[in-house]
Write a protein that binds this ligand. Structure first.
Ligand code: ATP
Ligand code: ATP
Ligand code: MG
Ligand code: MG
Lengths: 247, 247
């Protein structure tokens, strides 16, 4: 049965999309069958693979018009793209009873076809992110080792607890990991220590280092392994994949 | 009459909060009376000045319970803080007729007390950001010179046009400016050229360079001018202030 993971953090620009792309791709190179799902209206996950204005997106599926219709990106890797129309879904579904379970229902019939299903979320804790957390087995929190990034941690922990209590008893915090990390910066080292104190054993060993190749890869519609297999970014994301599999 | 500016971009982590802090503070050093308003539920603008769990926030004001009640931060600089409770406001106000005008109504009675009023927005184009744009004279778009950042530009341009047509005829695009810029990175130079082609004369001359002091300043609750007045960050943000005043 496919394990369902979500990358979530309402702080913006921390590497949720970048991690979904490169953990999804990394797992597919380790011979896992992987589905990645883009539920961010900005559609950055879709853009990272060169997909624009796709016909069947997560929007039509959440509206009940179609099932999930994945697109093959490469061997062992498929994606359900997003669309800008998704930004209105919270109001459109405000009267739908049990609207938090919609994504879980959509995934159920196809879950057995994959080893991992990974969901990229928008920088918010609204209905779309709640849908992802309700559908998931584990949530991973990417974090920049910067001051503003640690301020939001209590809020996201609160939301996860509420979801565990009311909507998804199986949800666990898979872990917290640092992104865009530069060990030469005192700020990064100091904040990393603070995060370690706050989360203890939940902080993953792998730190994703700041590496410009990671930011360049989406311009070519590629994951880091195909774009620059020997760079730090590829090494770090492969280590993260191994750490996630072994959990 | 105070000029009302908004920093907005639904892409996360591009420097909206950092720019509100440092343009607000910069203008106050240039002897302008400035009010900054935090309408992001994450409350990062409030955190940047060491304000946590404030009593009277933008939440109570938008709910009609209090007027705007600014807190003095330093000479010539006041802030209306935010609160995590704000994250539920979109649903709470879904039945309020003309809910897009709430912030504009709250600012009207105190507008004459300031030279500039600057609003920090969340990474989304929902009700809170719409309220800020409806209340504003000018909107400024901070941008990282990275691939994913340019993908959202058409969407934000569309929203601005709709607001100009239906809710605020006076709103103009003040300009687009680059943040966290590193001229040594080919990616930053390439994307900067793309943005120049897309926005032409609307791209401000000032680029805010990548500078770790900028990320360190909020750990001390200070703006960049008080934290490290001789660093690149302070020079760049002062140049940006001058460019905004001269517009
Ligand atoms: N380790 C890294 N090294 C260098 N650049 C990185 C790294 N991780 C992410 N980036 C870049 O930082 C920016 C932000 O990353 P990304 O868009 O993945 O974050 P996000 O959390 O998904 O943002 P949003 O909140 O807007 O959804 C992107 O331009 C990305 O290319
Ligand atoms: N010029 C810069 N140089 C170095 N670091 C910067 C710079 N500008 C912003 N930062 C850092 O980058 C991170 C993101 O900036 P900031 O939080 O201001 O962006 P934002 O757009 O307000 O994010 P959000 O979408 O979450 O509201 C912060 O940790 C900030 O300190
Ligand atoms: Mg993203
Ligand atoms: Mg912000």
């Amino acid at each position: 049965m496919g394990k369902i993971l979500t990358f979530s953090n309402h702080k913006g620009g921390v590497g949720k999309t970048t991690s979904t792309v490169n953990v999804g791709a990394g797992l597919s190179y380790l011979d896992k069958k992987v589905l990645i799902i883009d539920i961010d209206p900005q559609s950055n996950l879709s853009h990272s693979f060169g997909i624009e204005n796709a016909e069947n997106t997560i929007y039509e599926a959440l509206k009940g018009q179609t099932p999930l219709l994945p697109i093959q990106v490469k061997a062992n890797l498929e994606i359900v793209p997003s669309s800008l129309e998704l930004s209105g879904i919270e109001i459109e579904l405000s009267a739908e009873p049990g609207r938090e379970y919609l994504l879980r229902e959509l995934i159920e019939p196809i879950r057995k076809n994959y080893d991992f299903i990974i969901i990229d979320t928008p920088p918010s804790l609204g209905l779309l992110t709640v849908n992802a957390l309700v559908a998931s087995d584990e949530v991973y929190i990417p974090l920049q080792a910067e001051f503003l990034a640690i301020k939001g941690l209590t809020k996201i922990s609160e939301v996860i607890e509420k979801i565990q209590k009311r909507l998804n008893k199986n949800l666990i915090l898979g872990g917290v990991f640092l992104t865009q990390y530069d060990h030469r910066k005192v700020l990064n080292r100091d904040v990393a220590a603070t995060i370690q104190a706050f989360f203890g054993g939940k902080v993953l060993n792998t730190k994703i280092r700041d590496n410009v190749s990671i930011a360049e890869a989406p311009t070519k519609g590629l994951d880091i392994f195909r774009y620059d297999p020997k760079c730090y970014g590829a090494t770090d994301y492969l280590n993260l994949c191994v750490e996630i599999i072994e959990k």
